[in-house]
Write a new protein. Structure first.
Length: 156
């Protein structure tokens, strides 16, 4: 159990380091925006809705029919230049997709990010250690949703 917890902490530290890379040199991963979402090798649907002072995000990634990859989601909450929190986001596995759901206070959307790492990319034929990420604000403020309808909720 301790070993597993340490592994989780190590993965989270890696995600934070990869997040820092999105503003520096090296492979910054792929920044997702409402404009480029449909051109990605994975089928993403990102929906955001405001609920009082919170914004709820639903991120769906369609799974290939055979041998789906392991995908790890991470959330980084930032206020200005201060990192407030970072944590893994568990995926609800549905028959045809993975669903990540989380809520963030609307005042922290501008610099906060969600990251999705393909841990088993070779099985999909995409570059190893591929990283997809987006600023929460990009989808919270999008006038036109990235999809016609929001993804089905992972909650019953």
């Amino acid at each position: 159990m301790v070993k597993r917890a340490l592994s989780s902490v190590a993965l989270l530290a890696l995600a934070v380091e990869l997040t820092a890379a999105t503003t520096g040199s090296g492979n910054p991963g792929t920044r997702l925006t409402p404009a480029n979402l449909k051109t990605q090798p994975l089928d993403f649907v990102i929906h955001a809705e405001k609920i009082g002072t919170l914004t709820r995000f639903m991120v769906s990634v369609q799974r290939p029919a055979l041998d789906p990859p392991a995908l790890a989601g991470y959330l980084l909450i930032v206020d200005g230049k201060t990192k407030l929190a970072s944590c893994p986001v568990a995926a609800a596995q549905q028959p045809k997709n993975l669903m990540y759901e989380f809520q963030v206070h609307s005042k922290h959307l501008e610099k906060s990010r969600f990251l999705l790492e393909e841990k088993d990319a070779k099985k999909m034929g995409v570059p190893a250690a591929d990283l997809y990420w987006f600023y929460l604000e990009d989808f919270a403020l999008a006038k036109v949703s990235s999809s016609v309808t929001p993804p089905a909720s992972a909650q019953p």
